[in-house]
Write a protein that binds this ligand. Structure first.
Ligand code: NAD
Ligand code: UDP
Length: 334
């Protein structure tokens, strides 16, 4: 396959570039480096099946030659980044998604959108099934990211329904691992860097809010399974908005074109992740409690029944193991 990855120089995008190259595919990576880094793809430069275009995906998009698939991963993803770049975040979710869908239509390519657990906002249902519509404040500072991704999902489904484009949507839950930027502001990278440098760990709020953390290798395996799955794949199983299984006769089966959660269902508090990082790094570091950012979700945990049923996917790397690998990475780069 010849695959275009937007945001390919970012944390997840660069791991996807590697995984596709390893499997013998051709990769066209497009990125404007607004949050990504040349270092993430430096090892691929010069590879005969890899090419790179420095470009803003919101501008008119032209790619020479055929494309079999487009993976739209361009977007600031860390709350610190999207709060600093609110308009660029809205534009890449809206205009960038429109441009990449148009390109997919012109090239008759399969399209995969990187969506997010943030579409559930501050969820009133835990864990979150894909059938849950979410609880998002559109005008809060976080709204720029949540609404951009919700618009991107709506646009993707419209291209699927109206133009018959073969689309897939992955709702990614918090993912961590090597190549996160040391200063990107996300909790795992912040805590590891702080612990390695002997600085206090910055816990926002009282640290009782929860998250569920997926190791990058597990996520990449799930995304590629979704990209490669047959377009007529479906399951009869359905869940209602609270996550209970239902089988109403009038509901169509869940298909590969419906959004799919990928993440690790092990849920822990932010205090819990702080303790684990301190223990694994092996330092004694105090906690520095800071104010909770506006509309920070209280809970987050993926319901991954759909991914299991449709893709046979579930995470394999446990949190301690994934954290050890990530700590090793940060020890080398700091
Ligand atoms: P990242 O910031 O490392 O990567 C995003 C990449 O997109 C960067 O390389 C950046 O330079 C590029 N980019 C942004 N705007 C662009 C534009 N207008 N034109 C071209 N390139 C642009 O973040 P990440 O964690 O790798 O996230 C990748 C995708 O996955 C994002 O769409 C994000 O919303 C989604 N996601 C990630 C997570 C996670 O936990 N990592 C969770 C949910 C969703
Ligand atoms: N958080 C924290 N300290 C930090 C960074 C984040 O306590 O230094 C908290 C943040 O308030 C949130 C959780 O950790 O409750 C996860 O934050 P992150 O920025 O990693 O991603 P989010 O899940 O909010 O998108």
């Amino acid at each position: 396959m010849r695959v275009l990855i937007t945001g390919g120089a970012g944390f997840l995008g660069s791991h996807l570039c590697d995984a596709l190259i390893e499997r013998g595919h051709q990769v066209v990576c497009l990125d404007n480096f607004c949050t990504g880094r040349p270092d993430n793809i430096a090892h691929l430069m010069g590879h005969e099946r890899f090419s790179f275009i420095k470009y803003n995906v919101c501008d008119y998009l032209h790619i020479d030659g055929p494309l079999d698939a487009i993976m739209h991963f361009a977007s600031p993803a860390s709350p610190q980044d999207y709060l600093e770049m609110p308009i660029a975040t809205l534009k890449v979710g809206a205009l960038g998604t429109h441009k990449t869908l148009g390109l997919a239509k012109a090239k008759n390519a399969r399209f995969l959108l990187a969506s997010t657990s943030e579409v559930y906002g501050d969820p009133l249902v835990n864990p979150q099934p894909e059938s849950y519509w979410g609880n998002v404040n559109p005008i809060s500072p976080r709204g720029v990211y949540d609404e951009a991704k919700r618009f991107a999902e709506a646009m993707t489904m419209a291209y699927h329904r109206y133009h018959g484009l073969d689309t897939r949507i992955v709702r990614i839950f918090n993912t961590y691992g090597p190549r996160m930027r040391p200063n990107d502001g996300r909790v795992v990278s912040n805590f590891i860097v702080q612990a390695l440098q002997g600085k206090p760990l910055t816990v926002f709020g009282d640290g009782t809010q929860t998250r569920s953390f997926c190791y990058v290798d597990d996520l990449v395996r799930g995304i590629l399974a979704l990209l490669m799955a047959d377009s007529d794949k479906s399951i009869e199983q359905r869940t209602d908005r609270a996550g209970f299984l239902t089988t109403p006769k009038e509901s169509p089966p869940e298909s590969i074109h419906d959004p799919i959660n990928l993440g690790n269902p092990r849920e822990l508090t932010v205090n819990g992740i702080a303790e684990l990082v301190v223990q694994l790094v092996g330092t004694k570091t105090p906690i520095d409690y800071r104010p909770l950012p506006a509309d920070d979700p209280r809970v987050r945990r993926p319901d991954i029944r759909r991914a299991k049923a449709l893709l046979g996917w579930e995470p394999r790397v446990d949190l301690e193991d994934g954290l050890r690998r990530t700590i090793e990475y940060f020890r080398k780069v700091l």
